[in-house]
Design a binder for this molecule. Structure first.
Ligand SMILES: [Zn+2]
Length: 71
């Protein structure tokens, strides 16, 4: 097999892989609501704020960024 043919094949596979990764990576990142950061209390998930310096109105804990892992 010609080395050039192998290189082209590998480049094609890498290109397709990068394209897929770029697509799905971007889609997964785009999970936040309306593009705004949402901060929530770890103990009281229904307490939410767009202000990163806000505290929970129930327990006074600092709100943490909700990246979709906390339900
Ligand atoms: Zn709280």
């Amino acid at each position: 097999m010609d080395i050039t043919q192998i290189m082209v094949t590998i480049s094609g596979i890498i290109l397709i892989g990068l394209t897929l990764w770029f697509f799905f990576g971007k889609r997964a990142e785009h999970k936040s609501i309306g593009g705004t950061e949402l901060y929530t209390c770890p103990m009281h998930p229904w307490i939410t704020s767009n202000d990163p310096t806000a505290d929970c109105s129930i327990c006074g804990m600092k709100l943490v960024r909700n990246d979709g892992t906390i339900k």
